[in-house]
Design a protein around this ligand. Structure first.
Ligand SMILES: [Fe+2]
Length: 245
């Protein structure tokens, strides 16, 4: 089987459409999402509709969660909060309920999907260090876990001797999965990359070849930027897209 795994779309319709155009040519059996379909960007309703139309199974991200749980917003910076307040206003009740229905974790036969971490009581913790990764490795039952949240593409490998290493995928990468290792793979962000590369990111997992490829793609940032400014969201949310921060 071949799966595409996307994450952190963040209401960026131009980025999502560009990624799906590539995915469409890659002969995949299904698309999965690690959450944060909404937040920050100008097209939340449109992005949710695409996810629903393509029957993409998604976990809930902290921004998706915040649509129905205002208390989560307390943890947001001012830009995220303003965008969330706008997002709540424009989303239909149907889309709000859709986000409410998303699970924290999905355990597929070949992999596990989550947004932030696999710590049961802290699903929106960031995995940024080897120590953070070790806490999630403790809870993973499958060989591979896919996640997002930090918007930084890269992966952690746990060897059979329980040593953990990290490898960034800023320019994309191909991972050859080894039988005796476990992997936590951050697929990066479709709609708001923060690893210094403004290109969007997603993963293709080939279960037969046992490979995971992180693909970086360009999209029409200018259009997304103009929409963000036009609807009155902070200009910074558009500017950051050009530099990938
Ligand atoms: Fe996010």
């Amino acid at each position: 089987m071949r799966y595409a795994i996307v994450s952190d779309i963040h209401s960026n319709l131009e980025a999502l459409n560009s990624a799906l155009e590539i995915i469409d040519k890659m002969n995949v059996d299904a698309v999965f999402s690690c959450g944060d379909i909404v937040g920050y960007g100008p097209n939340p309703e449109e992005c949710i509709n695409i996810i629903k139309k393509l029957s993409v199974d998604s976990v809930v991200g902290n921004h998706d969660y915040s649509v129905n749980h205002r208390e989560e917003e307390e943890l947001f910076n001012v830009y995220a909060r303003l965008a969330m307040q706008w997002t709540r206003k424009v989303l239909t009740v149907e889309s709000q309920l859709f986000l409410k229905s998303l699970p924290f974790f999905i355990e597929h036969r070949d992999f596990t999907l989550f947004h932030g971490s696999l710590e049961k009581n802290n699903p929106f913790r960031y995995i940024l260090s080897l120590q953070d990764a070790s806490l999630s490795f403790e809870n993973i039952k499958t060989k591979v876990g896919f996640f997002g949240h930090s918007h930084i593409a890269g992966y952690f490998v746990k060897s059979k001797e329980n040593r953990i290493n990290y490898f960034p995928c800023i320019s994309g990468c191909k991972i050859n999965l080894k039988a005796d290792e476990k992997y936590l793979i951050n697929v990066g962000s479709i709609g708001q990359p923060r690893d210094g590369n403004p290109k969007g990111a997603f993963a293709i997992y080939d279960t037969e070849k046992q490979t995971v490829e992180i693909i970086r793609f360009t999209y029409d940032i200018e259009t997304t930027y103009k929409k963000i400014v036009q609807i009155g969201l902070p200009r910074f949310l558009g500017e950051r897209l050009f530099s990938g921060v």
